[in-house]
Ligand binder design. Structure first.
Ligand code: GLU
Length: 304
């Protein structure tokens, strides 16, 4: 299929539709991005690449990184992980405190902030140097050693992340954070600050389209079963309280971040990353959602 031709058709359509979203500003450092940036990159399991626009520019991947932290923690803990974090969609915003109190410190899923904080706690417990091992893991997935944390963004999150600080304290009060709060919180802020390009992201997520094997080096990243479960979690929980809308419009497992990135994948076929920093009211990239909806409509391929 000529994906680049489809990208051109899609961008013609969305250019006439406007881009009414807002760049995330609650993390001050994120508001410095150029709101009109726009990139797409698709990588197939056969190793072919198709791109459009600013596909090779680094941006803050934010919550997209939570899927990769989950992958690492799932490998370390196996199914014991699910004693500490659920697999249900939250139906609330990504940093909500409400549910957490009702559910006694067990976050609904690993992709909301509360769940990712517990995942970071697992990494702190299980790894000798979690910060280094996490970034090494992501570099290997993407086949790119330049991928790194952004100290400016991480710092911005640390000093303004009042809600995340409340979340981690609440979880700790229920005994579901085992390590020192500052250590876990720092790892969480570093995780969210990782910068990648659309090209690197689509490569890094390809193992989830390939039953857990990274086609770049034929190394098994996770088992077939864990790959299935991770995709299921993305499908149900990857878009804040808009996961139903994304499933309905796009029909692929995926994950978004408040930096304006979205990654989605079609098992057996490809992984695609889109970046456009203006967000809709639910915190998902306005254009990213539109692009992917048009993409699966035009290619007539989704998981459904
Ligand atoms: N670092 C962001 C936060 O914790 C992540 C938000 C996101 O991309 O969902 O608020």
């Amino acid at each position: 299929m000529d994906y680049e031709k489809i990208f051109l058709q899609i961008t013609d359509e969305i250019n006439t539709a406007g881009n009414p979203g807002q760049v995330a500003s609650y993390i001050p450092e994120l508001s410095r991005v150029d709101a009109n940036r726009f990139g797409i990159h698709l990588t197939t399991l056969k190793g072919r690449s198709y791109c459009y626009g600013d596909a090779n520019e680094k941006f803050s991947i934010q919550s997209i990184a939570k899927v990769l932290a989950l992958t690492l923690a799932f490998n370390l803990e196996d199914n014991k992980l699910w004693e500490r974090v659920g697999v249900e969609p939250s139906g609330t915003s990504f940093n909500s405190l409400l549910q957490l109190e009702y559910e006694k410190g067990i976050p609904r899923n690993p992709l909301i902030n509360a769940g990712a904080l517990v995942i970071c706690d697992v990494l702190v417990s299980r790894l000798k140097n979690p910060r280094q091992e996490l970034i090494d893991f992501i570099r290997d997935l993407a086949g790119d050693q330049s991928i790194d944390y952004c100290p400016r963004v991480a710092r911005s999150e640390k000093i303004t992340g009042y809600k995340n600080a409340a979340l981690i304290n609440l979880i700790k009060s229920y005994g579901n954070i085992h390590n020192d709060i500052d250590t876990v919180f720092n790892l969480y802020c570093d995780l969210c600050s990782i910068e990648m390009t659309c090209q690197e992201l689509s490569q890094a997520f390809l193992f989830l389209a390939a039953g857990g094997i990274n086609p770049l080096n034929n190394k098994r990243v996770i088992s077939v079963s864990k790959s299935k479960r991770t995709n299921a979690i993305m499908q149900l929980c990857g878009f804040y309280d808009e996961a139903g809308e994304f499933s309905f419009e796009v029909g692929l497992p995926g994950k978004s971040g408040v930096g304006g990135g979205i990654v989605a994948l079609l098992p057996g076929q490809y992984s695609i990353a889109v970046w456009s920093p203006r967000l809709n009211a639910k915190g998902n990239s306005y254009r990213g959602m539109k692009v992917l909806e048009l993409f699966t409509t035009k290619t007539e391929a989704s998981i459904f």
